[in-house]
Design a protein around this ligand. Structure first.
Ligand SMILES: Cc1ncc(C[n+]2csc(CCOP(=O)(O)OP(=O)(O)O)c2C)c(N)n1
Ligand SMILES: [Mg+2]
Length: 571
């Protein structure tokens, strides 16, 4: 007689399999579709099956942000579980943000029961009917690389393996699986659940010929330039980019950088403005940039050749993106930098004097740019109301000598900050789904409990983050993040956009531009204090350094989260 096959509910199998593929956390926001998941957790515990830590996250947007931050800090993909269509809708901005920056996540949400009666898991309450959709996945389909609806309980291990492998293949990104309740309640064989996945993620790199061609182009350039937006890919990539730029006397422009690719005070680091470099360059290496410059503002020199490099050099997901690509180097950014450093080496013997002169010229101009930025930032602390640049400068001084990560979402500008390591700077993704920085900082802090993590943001961005939920998470999970809110009582970016479009229009002449004011500003400190955060508000520019020092002392010693608000001048 054959042995009866051991089974576990599909909900339990899902959790166990997520552990096998390396998921540490399930950021969960549960609902009536969750009984098989919650029962699965208990069943897995009773049977001593390992599963990831499942934690309650009181808003799905925060759950997605935390998975985003955890990945940025560790390179490890995490899972988010949401409630049917409504929970998934709250995940949509997070999925859009992740997709834009090639950040993977395993996103799951329940699917309301199909049956009205007669089977375990069938509908029991009116929301079973109310949450039915013809195409639930449509809520996130454009943002995901792959999606699937679980059909049979025994599919769980292979669906998880495939979801993981697709999400972690270059270019990385979110995947979505919908989980019908009756299917999750069904039995799944548990005998092989702990076997390793047989589906490895795909990675690729440029061919040797493409590297050689790129190296010949850069080595032959009179004025090479590098534009980097997505950072250098890893600590190794970061360590390799600076000598590459230095060796070739190539300026590195960090235009709208969402990660740091080179130390901001490196002699080849010329700040965030592509001018005048692009108009002088004859070869430009574009490293992981969705939009490396603004064609409406920045003009390439005639004949300038462009090399596009990164996980998806043509950003094929986006309908319109027409930056030139005379050569494309596809692959993970760090591998490309390391490969370019190798491919450039044989060319180093040619024209050494030319490189030395060029390096000295770029370094002198870079030093001038940095001095002007610092001066302007200092001036921003002289008036009655401080500028954002002054806040950046004060923050830079406050974290000097510490291993810190600064996030900015319309918060501290990069240029006045002195940052010199990989992973020290993150800006909101270019999809701009606001409310990103607070939960992303929480996810980073969860991954790196001892690191100083500082999320800086505008007052509007803070409100988009569902602050009550985020403060609750910080307290519940003991995450000592420091939040620094730059409050100008408005959506300054929107106002600036109106002025840019209609510099002499009616709106520019009004005392109070419509649709941008956030006055009266709430007493946000009370929102943070409700979750027992350490709080402070600074109105006088000269008071900021001491308050920042006190806040950093608090988060690093008392180790509970803190929120500092500084009143800043309109943009
Ligand atoms: C979810 C979402 N809604 C709306 C917007 C449009 N938007 C872009 S910038 C911005 C204002 C941000 O305000 P704040 O964080 O206070 O920064 P400020 O511009 O005032 O410096 C808004 C509303 C967006 N990007 N994302
Ligand atoms: Mg604002």
């Amino acid at each position: 007689m054959s042995q009866p096959t051991e089974t576990i509910t599909a909900g339990g199998a899902l959790l166990a399999r997520l552990k096998v593929v390396g998921v540490d956390y399930i950021f969960a926001n549960s609902g009536t579709d969750f009984p098989p998941i919650i029962a699965g957790l208990a069943e897995a515990a009773a049977k001593d099956i390992a599963w990831p830590r499942a934690i309650v996250i009181p808003h799905e947007h925060a759950a997605m942000g935390m998975a985003h931050g955890y990945y940025l800090a560790t390179g490890r993909v995490q899972a988010v579980m949401a409630h049917t269509n409504v929970g998934l809708a709250n995940c949509a901005i997070g999925a859009i943000n992740m997709a834009t920056e090639h950040v993977p996540v395993l996103l799951f949400s329940g699917r309301t029961p199909t049956l009205e009666q007669g089977r375990l898991g069938a509908r029991t309450v009116p929301i079973g009917w109310g949450q039915e959709m013809r195409d639930q996945t449509a809520l996130v389909r454009e943002a995901v690389k792959w999606d699937y609806e679980l059909r049979f309980p025994e599919q769980v291990p292979e669906v998880v393996d495939r979801a993981y492998a697709v999400a972690c293949s270059t270019p990385r990104g979110p995947v979505y699986v919908s989980l019908p309740r009756e299917v999750l309640c069904g039995p799944c064989p548990s005998g092989a659940l702990d076997e390793l996945s047989r589906m490895a993620p795909v990675s690729f790199a440029p061919t040797a010929a493409a590297f050689e061609q790129a190296a010949a182009m850069l080595a032959g350039a009179r004025n090479p330039g590098i534009v980097a937006q997505g950072g250098a890919g890893s600590a190794e990539g970061f360590a390799a980019l600076a000598p590459l730029a230095d060796g070739w006397g190539s300026p590195v422009v960090q235009y709208w950088a969402i990660q740091l690719a080179i130390a901001s005070d490196h002699p080849m680091s010329v700040g965030s403005n592509p001018e005048p470099w692009l108009s002088e360059a004859d070869v430009v290496l574009v490293l992981g940039c969705l939009a490396p410059w603004s064609p409406a503002v920045n003009k390439l020199a005639p004949g300038c050749k462009v090399i596009q490099a990164g996980p998806d050099p043509l950003y094929s997901r986006f309908p319109v993106r027409n930056f030139p690509a005379d050569l494309s180097l596809p692959g993970e950014t760090a591998d490309i930098i390391l490969g370019m450093a190798r491919a450039m080496r044989p060319h180093l013997a040619a024209r050494p004097d030319e490189r030395t002169i060029r390096r000295a010229r770029v370094a002198a101009r870079a030093a001038g740019i940095r001095a002007a930025v610092r001066l302007a930032a200092e001036k921003g602390g002289e008036g009655p109301v401080m500028s954002k640049a002054w806040v950046s400068l004060c923050l830079s001084r406050a974290i000097e000598g510490r291993d810190a990560t600064v996030l900015s979402e319309l918060g501290c500008p990069l240029d006045p900050l002195t940052l010199d390591s990989a992973g020290s700077w993150y800006q909101e993704p270019h999809s701009g789904g606001l409310g990103w920085s607070v939960p992303t900082a929480l996810g980073m802090q969860l991954a790196q409990p001892d690191r100083l993590i500082i999320a800086t943001m505008g007052d509007g961005s803070y409100m988009f983050a569902n602050p009550v939920a985020c403060h609750q998470i910080a307290e519940a999970l003991n995450l000592p993040v420091l939040l620094l809110v730059l409050n100008n009582r408005e959506w300054g970016a929107v106002r600036m956009s109106v002025l840019g479009t209609y510099p002499d229009g009616y709106a520019s002449r009004t005392n109070q531009m419509p649709l941008v004011s956030l006055d009266p500003t709430p007493d946000f400190t009370k929102v943070a204090a409700a979750s027992r955060a350490w709080t402070a508000r600074v109105d006088t520019p000269g008071d900021l350094p001491a308050v920042l020092a006190a806040a950093i002392a608090h988060v690093t010693t008392a180790r509970t989260h803190a929120r500092v608000e500084s009143s800043v001048a309109p943009a």
